[in-house]
Design a protein around this ligand. Structure first.
Ligand SMILES: NC(=O)c1ccc[n+]([C@@H]2O[C@H](COP(=O)([O-])OP(=O)(O)OC[C@H]3O[C@@H](n4cnc5c(N)ncnc54)[C@H](O)[C@@H]3O)[C@@H](O)[C@H]2O)c1
Length: 428
C-alpha cells in the first residue's frame, strides 16, 4: 500500500513516520522545499522528532518526500495535514485545505481515499473539501472516491504520547468511506474509533480543544481570585488532584499558546453563527485567557515598583519563548504578547530560550525577527532588573536563576522547589 501525506509539519511528519514503520510506503508532499530536502536526507526539522527515525524509514525506501503533487496518482490514499489558522479578523482560514483540494483533485485516481486531519469546523470535509475535490476530479465522493475526516491528537514533547498508541477518531462521508478509512488507520494505529460522520469527528476534536481552553480559563480566573485572598492556586490544584474521581488538573499560565487551543474553539464560534447560536463559554474563556498577559505585566510592574523601579527603562529577561515546556514551537506564544506589552511600556525586553536561538521572520511578529536568545551566564542574568518566567523548560537551571537574578516573576510555578531568598520571587 502507498499513501501520500500532505503537509509535513508537527502533525504530518510523526504520522508519516508511524505509517512507514507499519510497512506502508509514504510519499510526503509539502510546498516547503526545504522540509522536503531535509526529510529526504534523513534529517529532522522538529526538535522532538528523532532524525534517526526519519533516516531509518528513508533508507528502507518507505518514506520519501516531494513537492510534485501530480504524484498523487501513485497512491491509494491521501491524508491532509495542512494548517488551519485564523485570519486577521479571527475568522477560520481554511484556504490551505481548499488549495490542497484543488491541487490534488486533478490527479486523484478512481477509488482513492482522501482524509482530512486538519482541525476545523463541522462541515469542512463533507461540504467545502468535497466540493473542490468533486469539481477538480470530475468524480463523486462516496461513489468514485472515498472521503473521511480523522483529527490528530498530538501532544508534542510528551514521551507518553505516541502516535500509534493514541486512539484515533474516524468519520466517513459514507459507510464505505468509513470502512476504507478505518482499514487505513488500522494499519498504523492500535485503536481507530469509528463515529457516524465526518461532522461528528470534526466536532469531537473541537470539543477536546474547547474543554482545554475553558478549563485553563477557569484556573486562570481562580488564580486571580485566590491570589487576592492570599491563597496559592498551585497548592490548591495539588491538593484537589488527590481526589481520585471527578477532577482533572489544569494549570494557570501567562496566556494560551500554540497552534490549537487559542485558535480552534473560534472555528466553532464562527460556524455556530450560521445556525444563529452563540458560543458563550468559548468567548468567555477566550476573554479570560487573553487578559492573562496584561495581568502578568501588572505583576512585573508591582515587582519592580517594590524595588523603586519603573517598567519604563527597565531591562527584563523573559525565559521561554516557546508556548509550552520542552518544545521549540513558539506559534501563538503568549511570550510575544508579553514582550510587546513590556516594550510598549518602555522596558527593554530580551529572551532566553535554548530551543529558539533566533526569532524567525513571521507575519505576526515580524518586528521581533532576528532577535537572539541571550546567553546563560551569571553576568548576563545579573544585568537584568527582572526575570520573567513565561515557559518552564526543564533545561533551564532554576537554582542558578534564583542565585543570579535580582527579581523573578514566575507564571509557571517553576521556582516552587528551588531555594531562593524570601521576597525575590513573585507569582503571576
Ligand atoms: N501541532 C499540533 O500539536 C496539532 C495537534 C492536533 C491538530 N493539529 C492540526 O493539524 C493541522 C496541521 O498542524 P501542524 O501543527 O502540523 O502545522 P505545521 O505548520 O507544523 O505544518 C503544516 C505543513 O503544511 C505545509 N503546507 C502549507 N500549505 C500547504 C499546501 N497548500 N500544500 C501542502 N503543504 C502545505 C507547511 O509547509 C507545513 O509543513 C492544523 O489544522 C492543526 O490545527 C495540530
Amino acid at each position: 500500500m502507498k499513501i501520500a501525506i500532505v503537509g509535513l509539519g508537527y502533525v504530518g511528519l510523526p504520522l508519516s513516520i508511524q505509517f512507514a514503520r507499519s510497512g506502508v510506503t509514504v510519499l510526503g508532499l509539502d510546498v516547503d522545499a526545504e522540509k522536503v530536502e531535509l526529510l529526504n536526507k534523513g534529517r529532522s526539522y522538529i526538535k522532538h522528532v528523532d532524525a534517526a527515525a526519519i533516516s531509518e524509514m528513508t533508507k528502507a525506501g518507505l518514506l520519501h518526500a516531494s513537492t510534485d503533487f501530480s504524484r498523487i496518482r501513485e497512491v491509494d490514499a491521501v491524508i491532509i495535514c495542512v494548517p488551519t489558522p485564523l485570519n486577521k479578523n479571527r475568522e477560520p482560514d481554511i484556504s490551505f485545505v481548499i488549495k490542497t483540494g484543488q491541487v490534488i483533485a486533478p490527479h486523484l485516481a478512481k477509488g482513492t481515499l482522501v482524509v482530512l486531519e486538519s482541525t476545523t469546523y463541522p462541515g469542512t470535509t463533507d461540504e467545502d473539501l468535497r466540493e473542490v475535490l468533486e469539481e477538480g476530479s470530475r468524480m463523486k465522493a462516496g461513489v468514485d472516491f472515498h472521503l473521511a475526516f480523522s483529527p490528530e491528537r498530538e501532544d508534542p514533547a510528551n514521551e507518553q504520547s505516541k502516535v500509534k498508541l493514541i486512539p484515533k477518531i474516524v468519520g466517513g462521508y459514507t459507510r464505505a468511506c468509513l470502512e476504507r478509512a478505518m482499514a487505513l488507520y488500522g494499519k498504523a494505529i492500535d485503536t481507530p474509533v469509528a463515529v457516524s460522520s465526518c461532522r461528528v469527528a470534526e466536532a469531537t476534536k473541537l470539543l477536546e480543544n474547547i474543554f482545554r481552553s475553558v478549563n485553563i480559563a477557569l484556573v486562570n480566573e481562580l488564580k486571580l481570585v485566590y491570589g487576592a485572598m492570599g491563597i496559592d492556586i498551585w497548592e490548591v490544584i495539588e491538593a484537589a488532584k488527590t481526589k481520585p474521581f471527578g477532577f482533572m488538573p489544569f494549570y494557570p499560565g501567562p496566556g494560551l499558546g500554540g497552534h490549537c487551543i487559542p485558535i480552534d474553539p473560534f472555528y466553532l464560534t464562527w460556524k455556530a453563527r450560521e445556525y444563529g447560536r452563540h458560543t458563550r463559554f468559548i468567548e468567555l474563556a477566550g476573554e479570560i485567557n487573553t487578559a492573562m498577559p496584561e495581568h502578568v505585566v501588572h505583576r512585573v510592574s508591582d515587582a519592580l515598583n517594590s524595588q523603586r523601579k519603573a517598567l519604563n527603562g527597565s531591562k527584563i529577561l523573559l525565559i521561554g519563548l516557546a508556548y509550552k515546556p520542552n518544545v521549540d514551537d513558539e506559534r501563538e506564544s503568549p511570550s510575544y504578547v508579553l514582550m510587546d506589552l513590556l516594550s510598549e511600556r518602555g522596558a527593554q525586553a530580551e529572551y532566553h530560550d535554548p530551543y529558539v536561538p533566533v526569532i524567525k521572520p513571521t507575519r505576526e511578529h515580524s518586528h521581533w525577527a532576528g532577535k537572539k536568545s541571550v546567553e546563560w551566564n551569571r553576568a548576563t542574568i545579573e544585568s537584568f532588573d527582572l526575570v520573567l518566567i513565561a515557559t518552564n523548560h526543564s533545561c533551564v537551571n532554576y537554582q542558578e536563576l534564583a542565585d543570579w537574578a535580582k527579581c523573578i516573576v514566575d507564571t509557571r510555578n517553576a521556582m516552587a522547589t528551588v531555594q531562593v531568598v524570601p521576597g525575590k520571587v513573585w507569582k503571576a
